[in-house]
Structures are given as C-alpha cells and as structure tokens.
Design a protein around this ligand. Sequence first.
Ligand code: FES
Length: 358
Amino acid sequence: MIFGIENFETYAVIGILFFFGFLEALGGLYSHSDRTKDDWMLEVWSFFQLSLFIKPGIVLFILLIGTSLFPSVHYLWQDWSLWLALPFYIFIDDLLQYWYHRKAHEWPWLWKLHRPHHAAEELGVFTAYRNAALYYVLMPNIWWIGLMTFMGLGHAIVIGLIFKQLVVIGAHSEIRWDRFLYNNKWLHPLAWIVERTISTPATHFAHHGKSARDGISDPNGNFSNTFFFWDLMFGTAMISRQYPLEYGLENDPKDSWVAHMYYPFVKSAKAGSQIGKDYERVDTTQNVPITLELEAGKYLYCQCGFSKNQPFCDGSHHGTGQKPLLFEVKKKSKLRLCRCKKTQNGPFCDESHLTISK
Ligand code: FES
C-alpha cells in the first residue's frame, strides 16, 4: 500500500514539476539562469532524496511500529468517506506545516535547516524542495502522512498531496500564473478570493524576497504552504500583488550544496556562515544612541540586536523570531537612532538606554 501511494504521488509530482518546468523553460528561465552548480545539485538531489528515501522511510517506519504495537487500530478509519477523510487530512497537514515553517524562521537551529530554501537567488519549480535533509526528517507533515496511512486514509492522502503539490510548485514557479488576475481589473474580486485562499506566486515570492526594504517582500511573513488563510488568521499575511526584484539572503557566504544539505553533520567552510563550525551570533547592541544624517529614502532598522551594520538591518535576524522595522525619511535629516533596542519609539531613541545597565 505505502509504495503504491508513494509511487503514484511521486509520478504525479514529477508530472507537475515537468509541466511548470517546461513552461518556465519556454519563458527562457533556464537559458538565462544564474543558478550555480551548487544550486542545481541542492535542488535536484533534495527532491529525489525526499521522494525516494526520506518520505517512504518515515512512512514505512510508522507502519512497522504501528502494526507491531497497535495492530487493533490498523486501518481503523479506512471506511471514512472521502468527504470526511480529505479535509481531515489536508487541513491538519497544512496547519502543521504553517507552524513548522514559521518556527523555522524563529528558532535558530531550525532556521539553519530551512536556510537552503531561502539562499535561492532565483525562484522556479526546483526551489520548492531545497531544504536540509534533516529538515524533512523532522517535518511533522511526513509523520502525519505515515499516521494517516496506518489508519487507512491512503486514498485521501493521494488526492490531498497532489492538490498540495500543485499549489506549492505553482507558488514557486516563475510562470507566475496569478499575474492575469491582477492585470485585469474585472478579475480583481476573484484575485481577492484566490490570494486569501491559497498560496500564490505573488504572496510566496514576497516570502522569498531578499529584504523588506523594497516594501514588497516580507521574509518574516507569508509562511503558509497550501492554504493562505493561516497567515491571515495568525497575523503574518502580506499581500501586495507585486513580485520582489531580488531573492535570497543578505550577506550570503554561498555555502556548498553539501553543507546546506547535510548540516549539522557537515559544516560550511565559508567564513561567517551561519552553518559554519565556529559560528556564534554576536550581540551588537550599544547602550548609547547614534545620530546620523540620512538622505531621503527607505531604511530597515535592526530590532534583533545582532546586525553588524547597526543601527540598520543586515539580515542577521533570520532565525531569531525578530524582524526589522521599515521606516522612511522624507527629506535629508539628522536622526537620533536607538542602538540599545529597548526603545518604544523605534527607530528613534526614547532614552530607554538610561534605564538599563549593560
Ligand atoms: S539584523 Fe535584521 S533586524 Fe537585526
């Protein structure tokens, strides 16, 4: 049963990848690609490793443990109708993934396993599966698939997974299928519904944008996987109907695909890498404000206290649960900016540093 499900799903996902990948190739994405060999290795091997080893291995493990320890409940739910089984499977699956993904942006150790996904400077169907191997081993959704298979809901899983992969691959694809919804005014009511229901390229590309400085990207929001309403429910949604111009990580040391894929078992040799051997976050807050003359423009103020470019954000907040504050300077001015990170009036100093000892 398990290998039947896995094979069917794998073939379906390869079909979806080919469909979107073919359209991307027609659009010239791969003939003008700046993807490196490390990007290709990471993306292609990660997909096959997940599909052929990690997912089947976890599901098989649950089936073996389940049939040995709990034989009386094996296939207990197999008579559930599809109308009950499918929503039960897919909504719990997607909620689990929302929180796992969100925590991957908030917990330092989990961020390092998810970081390969955000190191991609080009999006496209292949980006969807680039994560560290351990990220997938710990992913609650895969264990959920195993449990549901054991309980006899295999039919719902196959349909649910194909729908999910269609949305997820489509949300990473450079064919940007949602553009027509924004370009035609009469379709805007439909766009309003679609972008609040499922992940679209516009909302998911915003999650991959390099920096919130562009006013379009929010790497610390739009965590949803299949259904976008989780972001609306939990206050992390950002809908702009625009696509960022830059993707990837700020100050990326360009780790090798092996380090990306097998961290923490293989560490990066690149200086300053978050997945390097001796990496430590350094507290860069200071107990005094700084006065700077800033030109008119948009700036990102660091709120995490780890930036090496204080008082501005340099991307060091990834994996801290903190995010930078975007502020605009309308005309050239001298500003007194907080560096202790205790101000209640960020980015400006409110004298809070006088109340703390460091
Ligand atoms: S480095 Fe971005 S908020 Fe601190």
